[in-house]
Design a protein around this ligand. Structure first.
Ligand code: ADP
Length: 268
């Protein structure tokens, strides 16, 4: 995107010619576009749970409802409020990411039981998806990590695996030890990702633009947040996927042992 403007060169009151200035405004228009996309995504995503909360509370205020109906409506209101809280937290996380002010409260963390608990939770709340945790050996899988942030990372990856897989789809998490790191793979057999979208998947607000994904709501903030958390722990995240066959997200983070040794050598 080029913007052009002309400036007359005047020396001592005499016109000496015209200077044509070309300015590449690609990044500026891209920033503007992202900003308006951000606002429209936020408004759209906030409006859906809000209108549902508004509708159900109005019914409850205006109508005499039987107890079971009230209980059902309250459950929906509760779930939608939870969704709103998640959304607002994601927006705040992204804002912290931009400001570079994300803090990590690290501890020695055995990730296997954390992941197992989360999988049990998702198994109970998803549409009959089948979950399996595969470990390469019996040694503990320990990271020097912020437990809350690690849960947020896993929750984003697991909920995507559920969201973008059909009912009953199989979701596998594989843990493995490497020389200096631990790898966590989250595999699904869902809709997959077109190859031309893979490069942009971790960009903020990016969502694959096809009918499969469009029907499923989202903000395009989950994966950039995952990337930020992984990088905050000196790790890497990448994705492999075949459309209509499934996706595998791999996270590699330095092991607890390695991270602590590294920290000791840098502070020594
Ligand atoms: P959201 O799911 O809120 O749209 P994310 O940042 O988590 O945002 O993901 C970005 C996009 O990547 C999604 O919109 C979807 O198109 C694609 N995607 C993410 N995870 C998967 C997956 N497991 N299978 C297929 N597509 C996925």
């Amino acid at each position: 995107n080029l913007q052009m403007y002309a400036e007359r060169i005047v020396v001592g009151g005499l016109s000496k010619g015209t200077l044509l200035v070309f300015r590449d405004i690609t990044s500026e228009t891209e920033a503007e576009r992202l900003k308006s996309e951000f606002i429209s995504t936020i408004s759209h995503e906030l409006r859906t749970p809000l209108s549902s909360i508004y509708g159900f509370t109005e019914l409850m205020v205006k109508k005499q409802l039987p107890n079971e109906k009230q209980a059902k409506y309250l459950q929906t209101i509760h779930a939608e409020t939870e969704r709103l809280t998640h959304l607002v937290n994601d927006f705040l996380d992204v804002q912290r990411m931009e400001a570079g002010s994300q803090m990590y409260d690290r501890e020695q963390l055995d990730v296997e039981p954390v992941i197992r608990d989360m999988m049990t939770f998702y198994e109970a709340s998803s549409l009959k998806h089948q979950f399996e945790l595969v470990t390469a050996d019996d040694r503990p899988y320990e990271l020097f990590a912020d437990c809350q942030k690690f849960k947020q990372l896993m929750s984003n990856l697991l909920s995507n695996a559920v969201k973008y897989s059909p009912r009953g789809g199989k979701i596998t998490v594989e843990l493995a030890h490497h020389d200096q790191s631990i790898s966590i793979k989250v595999k699904d057999q869902g809709i997959g990702i077109p190859s031309d979208a893979l490069d942009r998947l971790f960009d903020k607000f990016y969502r694959v633009d096809n009918s499969d994904s469009r029907e499923i709501g989202g903000t395009g903030l989950g994966l950039p947040i995952c990337q930020e958390i992984v990088r905050g722990h000196a790790g890497q995240i990448h994705v492999e996927s075949v459309q209509h066959q499934g996706s595998t997200f791999t996270v590699v983070i330095p092991s607890y042992e390695y991270a602590v040794r590294e920290q000791e050598t840098t502070t020594a």
